[in-house]
Design a protein around this ligand. Structure first.
Ligand code: ZN
Length: 375
């Protein structure tokens, strides 16, 4: 038996942010906490007239580049102090994931750790989770329609919190908000979204609707990403990317794979602060080579190649080329990853929630070989 679930109402398209006031009233939010980050504020996005409805509302902007337990608790204390009735998150995956942590702990007893998926938290998260409106400013994580939040606990473990109740009540996706994103971030977030489509498509779980969405998202991102990278204000390319990222988020429920089990572990390294999308971009070609040893995965990869007019068997090499074209380094050593943490990273990868849905079952030693190939 399988569960197939599509829940979020999405308001999508150029100008969609104009619906915010209406959305707040539909969701029943009269005093939301605004969660965003310093980068979004510095880019001037919070000053847009469509967000005037949020002026004077309690605000939390101290979102770290990878959401942490302590930041969740800091946001939660503002939420409680002002008697907020929900959260509006404006930003990339980090503010949206952090907001999910706040809406969870606003209505569920702490500590946060007990709600992590690997500790059986899925069944402890109830429908009481406070309302959340998500407004992405990148085309990447798909967290605006996803049921997961990745949060690093104070002891350094980066854990997945997963529940249908963590899916935002509304997502407002407006490509205008992404036209100011610099090329480097466009590439990193876009390649993250591409990896969601590829990994969820290859996941062996039975969910044909998710697979159809993953293929569609893959094709849109593949075609639009190089254009948005070269021409940041190209609204058509930005719209395609945003839809692809949204679709990547919708397919998450099928599970991800080895790219994410490794990038979650590497992304938890406190001193390095590696970008999730860059890590996925570096790891994806090699993981695809490994996965294509499984006939069913090779068959699916060939279907993806057909969609974007690539010769059969060339996707991994084409992804290496795409990385170079988008200015992404192809080596983990260039990112400053020290060799002596590889064994630790591989142990964490085997324990990650994405590990079980990789099409090829991998041991810690095999993960180490993948890392060596891109080190
Ligand atoms: Zn990701």
């Amino acid at each position: 038996m399988d569960t197939i679930n599509y829940l979020t109402t999405v308001i999508f398209g150029a100008g969609a942010v104009g619906s915010l006031a209406q959305v707040l009233s539909e969701v029943g939010l009269s005093k939301p906490l605004l969660v965003s980050d310093a980068g979004v504020k510095a880019a001037g996005l919070l000053d847009r007239p469509e967000f005037a409805v949020l002026s004077g509302m309690p605000t939390f902007l101290e979102v770290p580049s990878n959401p942490t337990e302590s930041a969740v608790l800091a946001g939660l204390s503002i939420y409680r102090e002002h008697g907020c009735d929900g959260v509006v998150a404006i930003g990339g995956g980090s503010p949206i994931d952090l907001a999910k942590g706040i809406t969870l702990l606003a209505t569920h007893e702490g500590p946060l750790e007990q709600y992590a998926a690997i500790f059986g938290g899925v069944s402890r998260i109830s429908a009481k989770v406070a309302p959340l409106v998500a407004i992405p400013t990148t085309a990447g994580t798909g967290s605006e329609v996803g049921r997961a939040a990745l949060i690093t606990l104070d002891d350094g473990r980066k854990l997945g919190f997963i529940s249908p109740h963590l899916i935002p009540n509304r997502a407002i996706c407006d490509p205008h908000l992404t036209t100011g994103l610099p090329p480097g971030l466009t590439a990193a977030t876009g390649l993250d979204a591409l990896s969601h489509c590829v990994e969820s498509y290859l996941s062996p779980r039975y969910n044909p609707p998710a697979e159809a969405i993953a293929r569609d998202g893959f094709e849109r991102i593949w075609r639009a990403l190089p254009i948005a990278f070269r021409e940041p204000t190209n609204l058509d390319a930005r719209t395609e990317l945003m839809m692809g990222a949204l679709e990547g988020g919708m397919t998450f429920q099928k599970g991800l794979g080895a790219v994410h089990s490794l990038s979650h572990a590497l992304g938890g390294l406190k001193d390095l602060k590696l970008h999730h999308g860059v890590l996925n971009a570096v790891l994806m070609p090699e993981v695809i080579r490994w996965n294509c040893e499984v006939p069913e995965a090779a068959r699916k990869v060939a279907l993806l190649e057909e969609l974007v007019d690539l010769p059969t068997g060339s996707l991994a090499d084409a992804l290496d080329d795409l990385n170079r074209q988008l200015g992404i380094t192809v080596k983990l050593s260039d990112l400053g990853v020290p060799r002596d943490i590889i064994a630790w990273v591989c142990e964490r990868a085997v324990a990650d929630h994405s590990h079980v849905t990789n099409p090829r079952s991998l041991s810690a030693a095999e993960y180490a070989q993948i890392i060596e190939a891109v080190y």
